[in-house]
Ligand binder design. Structure first.
Ligand code: IMP
Ligand code: MG
Length: 179
């Protein structure tokens, strides 16, 4: 069975926009070092592409949280699956996410990370679905694309763990029974 995927943002569009955001971030952090926190697994493609284009010094760490089951709706319960390896004390932390939807994951994460005495915490996301926001207090500093309320895949984003490797952002339109 294959899903039909409609392209929402092409690889060229995504790459160009990441370049713009990276330039903006490099300017904002001039003279400082950024500690990038990649939120696994979805944030990994975006984090790599972003990191390659930053002109300020960068360190990186990874963390994994789970807020979804196998489907497309947030459970509202956030579980810390893998914690960071490094301390955040005194660091300029930039959290890198694939998408902000209800905002539950980030609202939880920011509260947890704030306790660890970073110099500051900012948030960068590839995609933002503001119509879906439940946690209105989540402030996003860098957004590559604001998208409508559709379930998207590709560039790290999955549907039931599939499609993360697509080099573009697409919408799963329908499931076909014939192949
Ligand atoms: P939130 O806690 O509702 O903001 O959800 C954030 C997480 O849900 C993201 O990091 C994704 O892993 C997942 N998610 C939300 N919307 C989508 C989507 O359209 N496609 C794939 N994953 C999504
Ligand atoms: Mg995610």
């Amino acid at each position: 069975m294959a899903d039909k995927i409609r392209v929402l943002l092409t690889e060229e569009e995504v790459d160009a926009r990441i370049g713009e955001i990276a330039a903006q971030i490099s300017k904002d952090y001039e003279g400082q070092e950024i500690h990038l926190i990649c939120i696994l697994k979805g944030g990994v493609f975006f984090t790599c592409e972003l990191a390659k284009r930053l002109s300020v010094p960068v360190t990186m760490d990874f963390m994994s949280v789970s807020s979804y089951g196998g489907g497309t709706e947030s459970s509202g319960i956030v579980k810390l699956v893998k914690d960071l390896d490094e301390s955040l004390e005194g660091k300029h932390v930039l959290i890198v996410e694939d998408i902000i939807d209800s905002g539950r994951t980030l609202a939880y994460l920011i509260e947890v990370l704030k306790q660890r005495q970073p110099a500051d915490i900012r948030l960068c996301t590839l995609l933002d679905k503001p119509e879906r926001r439940v946690k209105k207090q989540v402030k996003v500093d860098y957004v590559c694309f604001t998208i409508p309320d559709e379930f998207v895949v590709g560039y790290g984003l999955d549907y039931d763990q599939k499609y993360r490797n697509l080099p573009y952002i697409g919408v799963v339109e329908q499931e076909r029974e014939d192949n």
